[in-house]
Design a protein around this ligand. Sequence first.
Ligand code: HBI
Ligand code: FE
Length: 290
Amino acid sequence: MPEQPSAPTQKPVELRGDYTRAASDYTVTQEWDQYTEEDHDIWRLLYARQIQLIERYAAPEFIAGARALKASPDRIPRVDETNEILDAATGWQIVAVPGLIPEHQFFAHLAHKRFPVTVWIRRRDELDYLSEPDIFHDFFGHVPLLTNPVFARFMQAYGEAGPRAIAANGLKMLARLYWYMVEFGLIATPNGLRAYGSGILSSKSETVYSVESAKPHRIRFSLERVMLTDYLIDDFQQTYFVIDSFEQLFRAAYDTDFQPIYRKYRDIPGIAPNVVLPTDQVLAAPTSGT
Ligand code: HBI
Ligand code: FE
């Protein structure tokens, strides 16, 4: 039986998933027939409120991906049906997992163009927040952009970087890149800022907050700046980093040798999540919003 990974929260919590049936790569079968009507009802509620918000707040590439997946508004999606669409778009697949899995296996899946999707769905009293990823976060938040060839290529490069980061004591820096880019990234578009991060777009309140609130800092993407910045897990972000294009993100990750970055900074404390440096390019706060 694979060991349970620890949850990335500031409080110790037990992981909810059933790891007893997982294979050595932590995959499980989805057992779609086991979902209850209540499970599907929760999917329907979450889907209905996010699908209308993303039209206004999400990156066009994310919206296009969400449409391409043809997920049902009424039923939890099936892994096998999704894989036909995803495979045709970028050669990626999703694999079912019990929840968070250890870094090493997580990286290996990404490097092989497999995205791990948690099988269970949250409870009705957790519609707005939970500390572990569930199928709504993993599927609705992450899978749409895996239909985008450039973003998908970035994700693969991220997975390939994992073992080298572990070997060089640089995991913390690499994980910050995932956090600020994959989970909480913003992108500049001709129509203004849009969200593409999965942590944002699977959360009703952070979707609006990330784009419209005057409170958080929005700082132009710089690879080193992102890799050095600490983050908060249990609250809205105090800083979002903004890319110009997925090409920019892919090139930064793909063309840069991270080893010198790990060597230079591994013993240096991170930049606090709310700090603005003199070298930062800060984007103007939106004129509306709170
Ligand atoms: N496991 N299922 C799952 N999903 C994640 O996003 C995830 C994970 N394990 C490790 C992990 N993320 C991060 O620690 C890495 O991005 C560094
Ligand atoms: Fe996620």
